[in-house]
Design a protein around this ligand. Structure first.
Ligand code: ZN
Length: 138
């Protein structure tokens, strides 16, 4: 019958909605009770997040280029996404890493690639504070 899979889906959806709290509690209990499961899940999450971050970084490089726009440095390990108009630290804090990556991909015109040295030099030139409280040197 053609509508059977649809009925099954509808039944599952309704069951899920009606038993949401129970299902959440079961999942929470399973997670807390089973250390091996917890470790597996944590490990998988770490690996998945690392891979997603790598992919987002590559996507940003695809959009913005793989060279420092000031000096031409090209070793990706030291390339950084710079906010052209400054305020990057504040934006990163406000959006968090995933929303920031999404914003970079949706608005690449607001960003550029700088190497770590050129990024620090730009911060000094524009008197931008690095993250954290201002540092005092003797
Ligand atoms: Zn540079």
């Amino acid at each position: 019958m053609a509508d059977k899979p649809e009925r099954r889906r509808e039944y599952n959806r309704r069951y899920y909605e009606e038993n949401l709290e129970t299902l959440k509690a079961q999942s929470r209990d399973k997670y807390q009770a089973n250390e091996a499961y917890r470790n597996r899940t944590r490990e998988r999450t770490i690996i998945r997040n690392r891979e997603q971050r790598r992919q987002l970084r590559q996507k940003a490089f695809d959009l913005l280029g793989r060279l420092c726009i000031r000096c031409g440095f090209s070793d990706e390990r030291a390339l950084q996404v710079d906010h052209i108009n400054g305020g990057g630290t504040e934006e990163a804090r406000r959006l968090g890493p995933w929303k920031l990556a999404k914003r970079i991909i949706e608005h690449p015109e607001d960003y550029q690639i700088l190497c770590a040295n050129c990024n620090w030099i730009k911060r000094h030139e524009q008197n931008e504070q690095p993250s954290g409280p201002p540092r005092q040197f003797a």
